[in-house]
Design a protein around this ligand. Structure first.
Ligand code: ATR
Length: 315
């Protein structure tokens, strides 16, 4: 991957060095001093912002948790997870490159994790290892709540058909949009996603189509989501400028200290642009809810992270 002047990090990966934030997980301690243990497992993982985010959630909710980084060797994900469980760990967030391993390890899967084919949240219960995927939920919540853009009845264009795109299709369909068009450089992969999710789209009353850029329909979309890895290389995916209008929200699932090339291009076309930092926070909030049954407020934590990202020397 080439170095660029505008480094970006995928919200779904949470592994970049775009911002230097504290990784110390401070949480409220119970009267006995006992705190439930959680961690983010990945390789690399030291730059993950999840410990910072979950420490803020613990402060906010008063939940007695401790949340740390867990570095696992590439070929030893399962023994590291089992050792964490045996030491009393209650749950894990899973980041690159282990989301498929976590999917294979889970003994039960949520429907959205099964549809995504990847797991970013593990919960350890008496009856086994539960796998979930909160990435798509985090994206939908960021768009609808933080960015005040309804998805119900919306025309959505999804750019990309890799793991990141696949993980968000079902949560998007669950919001009952009018149209979901999936476009990818390799058109067959977009068509395969359309086939995979055609029944779910039918159930949601959504028109689902896709393929190459020629599948983009005339007229501005309400929401255009960039789920390609293009922003990592400051590359623009193929699309039609006509898809963007003044009422369009252009959402890049990547984030960085500065707007991505996709965001900049969308802005020149008159669209409103957002990056994936809110998705990162909201997927974490949903993981916290899965573990603790309490939903933290993502907005203040997002504001704190945004400030840290904008601080001189953060990029
Ligand atoms: P991820 O899990 O992050 O989605 P991936 O599965 O490797 O990673 O998928 C990367 C996505 O970004 C794919 O949709 C890829 O397009 P192809 O399927 O044609 O490879 C897309 N992508 C990567 N670089 C791109 C670029 N420069 N322009 C357009 N699309 C790009």
């Amino acid at each position: 991957m080439s170095q660029t002047a505008n480094p970006a990090t995928p919200a779904t990966l949470d592994s970049g060095a775009a911002a230097q934030v504290s990784s110390s997980a401070s949480a409220q301690v119970t009267a006995t001093g006992a705190r439930d243990r959680y961690a983010v497992v990945g390789n690399p993982v030291s730059h993950s912002k999840s410990p910072f985010i979950h420490a803020r959630f613990a402060e906010q909710t008063g939940e007695p948790i401790e949340y740390t980084h867990l570095l696992a060797p590439i070929d030893a994900f399962v023994p590291h997870v089992r050792a964490f469980m045996e030491a009393g760990g209650r749950g894990l967030n899973v980041t690159v490159p282990f989301k498929l391993d976590a999917h294979a390890l889970a003994t039960t899967l949520s429907p959205r994790a099964a549809a995504a084919g990847a797991v970013n949240t593990l919960r350890f219960d008496a009856d086994g290892i539960h796998g979930d995927n909160t990435d798509g939920f985090g994206l939908a919540r960021d768009i609808e709540v933080n960015l005040a853009t309804p998805l119900k009845g919306a025309r959505i264009l999804l750019l990309g058909a890799g793991g990141a795109a696949r993980g968000v299709v079902l949560p998007m369909l669950e919001r009952a949009p009018h149209t979901l068009t999936i476009v990818n450089r390799t058109a067959e992969k977009a068509s395969a996603l359309v086939d995979q999710f055609s029944a779910a789209a039918h159930a949601a009353g959504c028109r689902l189509a896709g393929g190459s850029a020629s599948a983009i329909e005339p007229g501005a979309y309400d929401v255009v989501i960039n789920a390609t890895a293009g922003s990592l290389d400051a590359a623009l995916p193929e699309f039609d400028d006509g898809a963007f209008g003044s009422a369009t929200l252009a959402y890049d699932m990547m984030y960085g200290a500065r707007p991505t090339v996709f965001m900049q291009h969308a802005q020149t076309l008159g669209a409103r642009a957002a990056d994936g930092l809110g998705m990162l926070v909201e997927q974490a909030a949903e993981s916290f809810y899965i573990w603790r049954g309490v939903r933290p407020d993502g907005a203040p934590v997002l504001a704190q992270l945004r400030q840290l990202l904008a601080a001189p020397g953060a990029a």
